[in-house]
Design a protein around this ligand. Structure first.
Ligand code: ATP
Ligand code: MG
Length: 434
């Protein structure tokens, strides 16, 4: 029988150890910043009922029309892999009673799934950090979300991301505007591309977002939603701008920023870079005051954003070497059967006494030389050498691998005593001064 090698599903990638260091660094810093602003983690299922996404994201959106991984489970229910996190988060907040007379600042992280055409910065399984807030209606929380993301870029050393903001107004103002936009676009129907003609009645605002150069003149001439805002949205937007000005955040007002999902109201924003080619949006969000009610909850103000982890990692990779590999402090070489048996037990005692130190135990046998080679390759600072003689004498050889210094014998118990409770940084000083 011939065996073919199997490959990962198109657009779904393995993240190998070296790249994981960037991911882990990003996750760590993001967690720290979010915690610092008082946000709490929530963990949500990867699979939800298809209906949830249809009702939140909107039937006539790219995501729901053509990007979802939808399947029937064994009961015949239609389920989908989550293409984004807001829908599930709102569902969970309502279902678990998190919205009754209280505010919430929540975040989540994990994979999202969209059946898009894979290319750099666009995958079928990708990762997001998402942030959602509930119960705060003013522009102060919009500003906080933007400031929080700015702090994140600063902490990560990511430069050159640019903030674009816009307001989509109240649903009523938007409906009004939408009528006028459809009128205008219908007058230019002959010049619309195929995508735009398809969207004309289903999702006309999305036409403003078209990247097709041939469409740009029509788009530039279109009426602007920003000029047709209701008074409340207008004042909300002005206050947000004051807050951003006061905090020294540079932004560009982009009247054509509409976002792909139906649920946004008032503020929307995106952080973009031109260093990632066409996939330049690294973080996007806004206010969605109608969504909780739309899903059967009590009317609740809400705002949030999601950032694309792969795109941010690309920026990190461009900027700097990966966060350093954390090498073990010790590599325990165990030569001979007797030593192998004892080595397992000694290593556990060592880990119990020195929980902050990293110890790698040689597995799979091998002679003294071969094991020392592995020790060197592991990056360990010291080799611990355990042979039959050492076991019998209750001793261990300590061989510095990164310093030109001779191997010394230690009583096993004295070594544990000397190292108990210490950190990696102290190990060399303790062992070399003896
Ligand atoms: P785009 O305009 O790039 O398609 P979007 O508006 O569909 O983005 P959102 O739904 O707002 O994206 O998701 C938030 C962020 O998640 C995006 O800004 C981006 O960084 C990231 N993202 C979205 N889709 C993908 C994907 N297929 N692969 C990798 N990252 C993605
Ligand atoms: Mg998209």
């Amino acid at each position: 029988m011939t065996r073919t090698t199997l490959q990962a599903v198109r657009g779904m990638h393995d993240i190998l150890p070296e790249q994981c260091r960037y991911f882990a660094h990003l996750e760590e810093v993001t967690r720290e910043v979010l915690t610092g602003y008082g946000y709490e983690e929530i963990r949500l299922p990867l699979v939800e009922s298809t209906e949830l996404f249809k009702r939140t994201i909107g039937e006539v959106t790219d995501i729901v029309e053509k990007e979802m991984y939808t399947f029937e489970d064994r009961n015949g229910d239609s389920l989908s892999l989550r293409p984004e996190g807001t829908a599930g988060c709102v569902r969970a907040a309502i279902e678990n009673g998190l919205l009754h007379n209280q505010t919430q600042r929540l975040w989540y992280a994990g994979p999202m799934f969209r059946h898009e055409r894979p290319q750099k910065g666009r995958y079928r399984q990708f990762h997001q950090f998402g942030v959602e807030t509930f119960g705060m209606a003013g522009p102060d929380i919009d500003a906080e979300l933007i400031l929080l993301s700015r702090r994140l870029w600063q902490r990560l050393g990511i430069e050159g991301v640019r903030l674009e903001i816009n307001s989509l107004g109240s649903p009523a103002a938007r409906a009004d505007y939408r009528r006028r936009l459809v009128e205008y676009l219908s007058d230019h129907q002959a010049n619309l591309d195929e995508d735009s003609r398809r969207r004309l009645h289903g999702n006309p605002l999305r036409i403003l977002d078209s990247k097709n150069p041939a469409m740009q003149d029509i788009i530039l001439g279109a009426p602007r939603l920003l000029d047709a805002l209701d008074a409340e949205s207008q004042s909300h937007f002005e206050q947000l701008r004051h807050l951003l000005d006061a905090a020294g955040v540079a932004y560009h007002i982009n009247a054509r920023l509409v976002r792909g999902l139906d649920y946004y109201t008032k503020t929307v924003f995106e952080w973009t870079t031109d260093r990632l080619g066409a996939q330049g949006t690294v973080c996007a969000g806004g206010r969605y005051d109608g969504l909780v009610e739309q899903l059967g909850g009590r009317s609740t103000a809400a705002a949030g954003f999601a950032m694309g982890v792969e795109r941010l990692v690309s920026l990190l990779e461009e900027g700097a070497a990966p966060p350093p590999f954390v090498a073990p402090d010790f590599y325990l070489a165990v030569v001979g059967e007797e030593a192998e048996r004892h080595g397992v037990v000694w290593a556990e005692a060592f880990r119990g006494a020195c929980p902050a130190l990293r110890l790698l135990v040689n597995c799979g046998g091998g002679g003294f030389k071969a094991q020392l080679k592995r020790a060197d390759k592991s990056g360990a600072a010291f080799a611990l050498v355990l042979g039959e003689d050492e076991v019998r004498a209750g001793r261990v050889g300590v061989k510095p691998l990164r310093q030109d210094s001779p191997q010394r014998e230690w009583e096993w118990s004295a070594l544990l005593e000397a190292l108990a409770g210490t950190s990696s940084a102290e190990v060399a000083r303790i062992l070399l001064q003896h």
